[in-house]
Every structure is written in C-alpha cells, then in structure tokens.
Design a protein around this ligand. Structure first.
Ligand code: FAD
Length: 472
C-alpha cells in the first residue's frame, strides 16, 4: 500500500511516521521545511523567544527576590540565532526520523491531478505520485484583514515577527487571542510599549470569563495597554512610524504593527475541489475519522479547522494514518476496495481531553469545558477554585495571583473541564487531561498524594473541594 502525505508539518509528519510504522510505503511531500508552521514560525520560535523574554522579565523584577541585577539589554541578533539553531536542530531530528522510517521525503509543491494522484513541481520538473491513500495536511496561513496593508514594511504577522532580526520598542498588536497575547507578553518583557487592539470585549475570545480577566489583569500589570471592543480601522506608515486609527477616534503611533487576527486553512490552488473533495470555505470537510467525501482521501490538522494546534494536528495525523492503512488492508483482503467509504471506521479523537495553552506570564491552560459552556449544554455541574495565593511554591516563585478552576459533574464527580492560570500551568494541566481521558473523578485526583511544596497541590485542593460539592 502506498500512502502519500501532502504537507510535512506536525500533522503530515505524524501521519507519515504512523503509516510507515504500520508497514505502508510512504511518500511525504513538503514545499518548504519539515516541521511546518509549528517548528519554523509558530510554537517553537515563539516559545524560544518567550524564554528570553522570561529571563528579561525576571531580571526586571529581580529586586523583589533580593537580587540586584542590571536591566537586561536585548540583542535581537543573538536571540534570533539561538532560535534558529534550535529550529535547525529539531528539523534535522525530523529528517533523521523520517529517513529511519524509510519515508520518501520529496521537496516541492504538490497539487492533486485527481483524488489518487499528486503532481509535485520542483527544480527537477514535474513528477506524479499515485496514492492508494492520500492524507492532506497543507496546514494554514495567516489571516489578513482587508483594512491592513500587508505590503507596508512595518506591518508584521507572526511570520515576520519570528523571522526578522528586530524587537520593536513600541508596537501595536491587532488581535488579543493566544498569538497576540504571547507576542505582547514577550515584547513587554523586553521593555517595549505594547498596545493590543481586540474586536471583542475581552482578551482570549471564547475562553472562560475568569481566565480572560486574570490574563488581562496580569498583562496590564506588565504595562500592556488594551483597547477592547475596538478595531484597527486604518493603518498607515509615514517614514519609520505607524499610525493606527481606532473607531473611538484615537490614533496610536508605534514603530511596528503586528497583525495577529488568526489563521485560515491553506487550500487554494491545490486542486482539492477539482478532485471532487468537499470543502467548507477554505477548510477540507471530513467526518470524525478524518475521511473526506472521496474514498481513500483523508485530511487533518489546521487544514480541517477546529482546534488549530500542533498536538491536535499530530494526533489527527496518527489516527488518520491508522484509519487509512487498516481500512485499506481490510478492504483489500475482503475485495471491497470500491466500497471503502462504507466500511466501519476505526478511531477518532475526544477533543474534550485535549489541552490548550497560552505561554504568557502567568501561563494559562485549559482542558474540556468551562462551567458556562457545560451549563449551556444542559450539564448539571459544580465549580471549585483553588487560588495560588495559598500555595507555598507559587508564593516562593513570586507567581501567586492565579488559580486552578475545576468543573465537575454533580453526583458523579466526572471531570468536565479545568482552567489554570498560574505557574507551570502548561505542564500541570496534563494531570487533569490524563484523569479526564481515563474517566477518573475529582475524588480520584484528590486522593492521589501530591508532593509538597508543588503548584500541583492547588489541583488536588480544587479537586477535593469539587468532590465535596459534587457529593462524591
Ligand atoms: P502546518 O504546520 O502549517 O504544516 C503544513 C505544511 O504543509 C507546511 O510545512 C507547508 O509548507 C506544507 N504545504 C502546504 N501546501 C503544500 C503543498 N501544496 N505542497 C507541499 N507542501 C505543502 N500550536 C500549538 O499547539 N502550540 C503553540 O504554542 C502554538 N504556537 C503557535 C504560534 C504561532 C505564532 C503560530 C502561527 C501558530 C502556533 N501554533 C501553536 C499552531 C500550530 O503551529 C499549528 O496548529 C500546526 O503547525 C498545524 O500543523 P499542520 O501540520 O496542520 O500544518
């Protein structure tokens, strides 16, 4: 069986590795760099820069910890060199991994000729690859607002912000979602004056209200100025200065404007609809098993929308590869290849157990539902909160302003969701993700002994409180 994967981001790479592990011959087509957005311009570069930002921020506040340090000076070039060497190291690890798995990695731009053939164009010309199963994983691209001229030299997206050797001294960020807030936090830590313009009344749209408030308050303490319920109606450049006009008449002058208003699936010009594949605007439409409407064609990751996160793309890649290989082999053995679409599907993902994280100071993480969204779905839930203000480790770390919030089902103690704002939140959330995935209750988590002093003790306390409220 020959599996062709189009796009070598985290989703496509995971699909290729899993298909190869299951014994398929695999061709992975990538037009630029293995690792995709995540490794080259997304997760890894931003978290690497945020690490430098954290050191600068801690140096700025060192006196509180009894340390007299000079103010951190930023050398953008060295910071970017460090980022680049980490990216290159990880890229070469993926290259070795795919080579060890005997995956044929082909560099070039792929386009569907039909639902089973991909034509790759590169410096060598054009080559066609026939697939028994095809996994589409072309990812996403930056969403560009029509009101912002992206041709202007000082208008950035996350792509430029992670590539250009410069840290702005003043910047206006359009978009108060995850990407906007992470850049805001990094630039403010380096000493920049940061404005954030957000269309909705709250930062981190779609999140729990207590989380939104805590994030805004913490970032305001860093000096970030929020313009909520506002849009950037016009952005102009005069010399080295950018002028952003807001609907309330304010005009904000900064060195740079960073547009961070989201991403959209990257699908145009790759021949998907022409091959008969159903689309939902820019996204490829799939069922919960990642099958498109066309037999043998699967799609995953940012390309299908939903939770646009690297670990989601990876998991979808693994599951799609398993479904593709197993269904194909079963159908082939039974002589049912033509009816592949109608065979029972195999695995899917429980998205309510997938954590989502924001790497600001403090960190934020969530899994499952908030109380409000659980109630909207008709669930009878309780909520318990444990504040880091009473946690010795958090106090010692100087990060005692956040909380752990647990949502559990009345009567059963089933974990419905968890929101954490506070130290190491992006790590500690996995305790709850694991418990939820394996259907443990808040009582089960509360009964597990947690080491002292740790910030995880706050999770235990919140679960113990939730268990009492649930009556379990
Ligand atoms: P991508 O990573 O976009 O990969 C798609 C690949 O397909 C690319 O390599 C592209 O070159 C290739 N391709 C496209 N078209 C073709 C074609 N026609 N032929 C051949 N190849 C093609 N997610 C997290 O989970 N955690 C984070 O902390 C995080 N931080 C982020 C920060 C930023 C600034 C950004 C922009 C994103 C961040 N994300 C984060 C999101 C994450 O990067 C994406 O969800 C993830 O990369 C999606 O993986 P993917 O494989 O679906 O697509």
């Amino acid at each position: 069986m020959h599996v062709v994967v189009l796009g070598g981001g985290p989703g496509g790479t995971a699909a290729a590795l899993e298909a190869a592990r299951l014994g398929a011959k695999v061709t992975l087509i990538e037009k630029e760099f293995l690792g995709g957005t995540c490794l080259n311009w997304g997760c890894v570069p931003t978290k690497t820069v945020l690490r430098s930002a954290r050191i600068a921020w801690d140096a700025h506040n060192a006196a509180e910890y009894g340390l007299m340090l000079p103010k951190a000076g930023v050398e953008a070039e060295r910071l970017m060199e460090r980022k680049e060497s980490i990216v290159e190291e990880l890229r070469s690890q993926i290259e070795s991994q795919t080579a060890r798995a005997k995956i044929d990695v082909v560099y070039g731009e792929g386009r569907l000729l039909d639902a089973a053939t991909v034509r790759v164009t590169n410096a060598d010309g054009e080559t066609d690859y026939h697939a028994d199963a095809l996994v589409l994983a072309t990812g996403s691209e930056v969403f560009r607002l029509p009101s912002i001229d992206h041709g202007l030299e000082r208008v950035w997206t996350s792509h430029e912000a992670t590539s250009v050797l410069a840290i702005p001294e003043t910047v206006l960020i359009v978009g108060g979602g995850v990407i906007g807030l992470e850049f805001a936090c990094a630039y403010a830590s380096f000493g920049a004056m940061v404005h954030v313009v957000e269309l909705t009344p709250n930062v981190l749209p779609g999140n729990d209200k207590r989380v939104q408030r805590a994030a805004q308050e913490a970032l305001e303490k860093m000096g970030i100025v929020f313009h909520l319920g506002q849009a950037a109606t016009s952005v102009t450049q005069r010399g080295e200065h950018m002028y952003t006009e807001l609907p309330d008449g304010q005009v904000i002058e900064t060195d740079y404007v960073l547009s961070a208003v989201g991403r959209k699936p990257l699908s145009e010009g790759f021949g998907f609809p022409e091959a008969g594949i159903e689309m939902d605007r820019a996204a490829v439409r799939t069922d919960e098993y990642f099958r498109t409407n066309v037999t043998g064609v699967y799609a995953i990751g940012d390309l299908i929308g939903g939770m646009m996160l690297a670990h989601v793309a990876e998991e979808e890649g693994v599951i799609a590869a398993r479904n593709a290989v197993r269904l194909y082999e079963f159908a082939e053995a039974e002589g049912l290849l033509a009816k592949l679409m109608h065979l029972p599907a195999l695995e899917k993902i429980d998205y309510s157990c997938v954590p989502a994280c924001v790497y600001t100071f403090p960190e934020i993480s969530v899994v499952g539902s908030s109380r409000d969204s659980a109630k909207e779905r008709g669930l009878n839930v309780v909520q318990a909160v444990s504040k880091y203000a009473a946690n010795g480790k958090a106090l010692g770390e100087g990060e005692a302003e956040g909380f752990v919030q647990i949502v559990a089902e009345m009567g059963t103690g089933a974990i419905v969701g968890c929101q954490i704002v506070g130290p190491h939140a992006v790590e500690t959330i996995h305790e709850i993700a694991l418990a939820k995935r394996h259907k443990l209750t808040v009582r089960d988590v509360a009964e597990a002994v947690h080491a002292h002093p740790t910030v995880s003790e706050a999770i235990r306390l919140a679960c113990a409180d939730a268990a009492a409220k649930c009556g379990v």
